[in-house]
Write a protein that binds this ligand. Structure first.
Ligand code: SAM
Length: 268
């Protein structure tokens, strides 16, 4: 039976709409050079598909297979693919723990902000390596929640970060995944690993609204908020206060937010 982890964010609109603003340019630039026009790419945990669509443009004469766990998120991804008029994307329901593909099926296997949600990222890396051709690449990028910080400093947003990391860890996941990627690849038996890092920055009105107002909503209306209450890490009143703190930050023209994403390209 395939392992089912608890997905901390949930697929409610407040989370999915924020993820859908990502693009291949914002989220896969670190591995652009290993994707050619003819590459066969696997996008693991493709979510709403906004990155998948961009990968498919890069691999214009190849293909991108996007997998995710649930019907609903795959329907949203399908709409993104059709909306962009892309014909070289295939979407399938599957788990990274049991990829329904033969060994060495893909040139590049990519996972963006996925390993941080898994209870067994090392096994997942092994499975991604299995379906990747010899001489091909596994490319992953994950945030490090511990590094998330803002100006003006906000005790409420610090408290949000503390609660988010407790909830993720309660689910057996690692919210600071970005810093652990190299070690996890080594544990999976993969030695040819190149690491980089890039900052996420939210500093314009649009970026503050994208991130801050999304989190105000996510503190109230997603699996994260339900789990925070269920696990006893926050009350509904606490979550209202977190949402208020996010709204205050998001509407402050001086508001600035930053964090580190760890990135790995491993040659298989
Ligand atoms: C934070 S979202 C990232 C979505 C997309 N990659 C992006 O960056 O916008 C994580 C995604 O991983 C998916 N996911 C979680 N566990 C998974 C698993 N075991 N197998 C495949 N996908 C999984 C979730 O359903 C979710 O859509």
């Amino acid at each position: 039976m395939v392992k089912r982890d608890v997905y901390t964010h949930g697929h409610q609109p407040a989370a999915v709409n924020q993820h859908a603003k990502r693009t291949a340019e914002t989220s896969a630039a670190f591995c652009r050079h290993v994707i050619s026009a003819t590459s066969r790419v696997l996008d693991v945990g493709c979510g709403p598909g906004s990155i998948t669509v961009g990968l498919a443009k890069w691999a214009a004469r190849g293909s991108v297979t996007g997998i995710d766990l649930g019907d609903q998120i795959l329907e949203i991804a399908q709409q993104a693919v059709e909306g962009a008029g892309i014909t070289n994307v295939f979407l399938e329901q599957a788990s990274v723990y049991e990829l329904p593909y033969d060994d060495e099926s893909f040139d590049v296997t990519y996972a963006h902000q996925v390993l941080q949600h898994l209870t067994d990222p090392v096994f997942a890396i092994g499975e991604m390596a299995r379906v990747t051709k010899k001489g091909g690449y596994v490319a992953v990028r994950d945030a490090d929640y511990y590094t998330m910080s803002c100006s003006p400093e906000s005790e409420i947003i610090d408290e949000w970060r503390r609660i988010y990391r407790r909830v993720a860890r309660h689910n057996g996941a690692e919210p600071d995944a970005g810093r652990h990627l190299l070690r996890w690849f080594h544990q999976a038996g993969i030695q040819k690993v190149e690491c980089s890092a890039s900052a996420g920055v939210y500093a314009t009105k649009e970026e503050r609204e994208n991130w801050g107002l999304s989190w105000a909503d996510r503190c109230l209306h997603t699996s994260f908020s339900e789990q925070a209450v269920e696990y006893g890490y926050a009350t509904r009143e606490d979550l209202e206060a977190l949402a208020g703190g996010w709204r205050e930050w998001a509407t402050n023209p001086d508001g600035y937010f930053q964090f580190i994403n760890g990135e790995v390209i491993a040659e298989i």
